[in-house]
Design a protein. Structure first.
Length: 256
């Protein structure tokens, strides 16, 4: 199947952990419509489909070498992620996905996860502390390996943050994070590397996540919240800069 960007080679276990980390129910292997939706979604985020452009089913079917059935399902996935509008008797049209709206998504997740760090520090849940220890150890191991890919490290960061969210014990917070993963462009924008592009940046993030873990274990709620916020703000800014270059677009400074 033609792809617009090189595929990352992941094992089935890697895919399972990625889907758990992003709050998507594990379903292996990915279906053809999901793969097509990821490819089209990445092209929309990257600015290769313009706002208002009509996505024609027959053209897409020819491009991907499939029937129109999988294309229709892929378009429904893209509609759920708010990347296109499906208009009865007219077809599928690309929605505006501005850099500002992507920054807003980062900021919404940031607010939720930093709140979770504070709560986890106060709750001290043993099971999730053990899980977070494993996630931080994983980050440190990946940071030591200069051959670690930015994507693999990004997924490991996501797993660490999800452990903090779950450790908060706040079911509504976790439900909202799940909705953000399933019903927005969040998973799509990370299809291409946006952050952790150098060994130094990966080491810095692993160190900071270790500091967050230490603060949580000491019950230092304010410190845990601050440290995680600083890390996620830095990650956000780097990702937005990458997208701005890719899209030729600017982001409102008050969103960063």
């Amino acid at each position: 199947m033609p792809r617009s960007a090189p595929a990352i080679q992941l094992s089935d276990q890697d895919r399972l952990e990625i889907e758990i980390a992003t709050a998507v129910e594990p379903r292996l292997p990915r279906s053809i419509p999901e793969q097509i939706a990821e490819d089209i979604g990445s092209a929309i985020i990257g600015g290769r489909h313009i706002v208002g452009e009509r996505l024609i089913e027959t053209d897409l079917a020819s491009r991907f070498g499939v029937s129109r059935g999988p294309i229709r399902e892929a378009l429904r996935i893209l509609e759920r992620r708010r990347l296109i509008d499906l208009i009865p008797r007219r077809g599928a049209y690309v929605r505006e996905v501005s850099l500002n709206s992507i920054a807003d998504l980062f900021n919404t997740r940031l607010a939720l996860t930093t709140s979770a760090a504070r709560i986890m520090a106060l709750r001290q849940p043993p099971t999730y502390l053990e899980t977070l220890h494993r996630r931080v150890d994983e980050l440190r191991r990946l940071a030591r390996d200069s051959d670690t890919s930015p994507m693999a490290f990004a997924y490991a960061v996501t797993r660490s943050v999800r452990a903090i969210a779950r450790g908060s014990g706040n079911e509504m917070l976790n439900d909202v994070l799940s909705d953000l993963a399933n019903q927005t462009v969040w998973t799509t924008i990370w299809k291409a590397p946006l952050d952790y592009l150098t060994p130094a940046s990966r080491r810095r993030t692993a160190t900071r996540m270790g500091q967050v873990l230490d603060a949580i274990e000491r019950g230092a709620a304010d410190e845990a919240e601050r440290l995680l916020r600083e890390m996620l703000e830095q990650d956000r800014d780097q990702a937005i800069r990458q997208l701005a270059t890719l899209r030729g677009e600017t982001c409102d400074p008050y969103r960063m």
